[in-house]
Design a protein around this ligand. Sequence first.
Ligand code: IPM
Ligand code: MG
Length: 355
Amino acid sequence: MKRYKICVIKGDGIGPEIVDEAIKVLEATSLKFGLEMEYDYKLMGGAAYDVFAEPLPNETLDSALSSDAVLFGAIGGAKWDNLPRDKRPESGLLKLRKGLEAFANLRPAVIYDELVEASTIKPEVLRDVDILVVRELTGGIYFGQPREKTEDSAFNTMTYTRAEIERIAKIGFEAALKRKKRVCMVDKANVLETSQLWREVVSEVAKRYPDVSLEFMYVDNAAMQLVRNPRQFDVILTENLFGDILSDEASMVVGSIGLLPSASMGGKVGIYEPIHGSAPDIAGQGIANPIATILSAAMMLRYALNEEKAATCIENAVKTALSQGYRTKDIAAYGAKEICTTSEIGDVIVKIIEQ
Ligand code: IPM
Ligand code: MG
């Protein structure tokens, strides 16, 4: 029996309820495939601040570093919005990414046929959309020094080194090799020096991948093209801030933000989490959609634990549940035969896995 240690961070808002469902699904999958999971539950974000006065306590980072993977829900809420920046829940997540050197953020945006109507974009524009945003996650303006805010002015620094760009570019090209073999690098090279360096380095890396085509696109145009004709994209490779913005846009293009998982990897230990946030407004009501977190657990099985069969099993079970018409409230308007609570949809997916 294979054993894995998973650091589980539920976080704030709907985090705890959606992570509970992912664990339920992981347990059923582990039983089926003979895996043994040890879960180490730790705090981060607002929940950690309330106990430790720190959004990322040392014991959480230590647990993450000694685990095979981190499964994470979501953080943040109005309660902590007025704290100084380094005490805010978001700072905990940024420190965790940095501490684990999780520099590559993979955010797939895939259209589910059953949910085409859930997008605000016309169905014919959406058919077959399958985009992977590869976002650099531990550099750029998020972390650049110096940074400062005074009463009358403020500034941030956007900085990238050749090495930082090269390692994320490789991830992008490797991912493209397993897909439609197209990379679109998004930048602002008409204005920013960092973008010029990105173009140089990415062009060099591209030479090692002759089967993958490379195109460059300015970020303003990319934002427009994503809603005009999303099918043109395969892998979108981009820096931290642009990737933050474009991945939210891509997730809404496919209309099901509650369904999209993500992986932050490349370093010591990977973090697997839904794309959506902590949705404090619906927390505790049992209506949150746990599917993005369940699919994040599948990504964890695939990328961190190399358990491809178990990962596919979860993904297929989710597809089956959707095609049988099981829906949480957020997607209830589209082809629902049965409206489920958070834990009911988890149970449905578990039953399908057990069959
Ligand atoms: C994301 C989030 C984070 C980010 C926040 C919570 C710091 O928006 O994961 O996309 O900006 O990276
Ligand atoms: Mg974001």
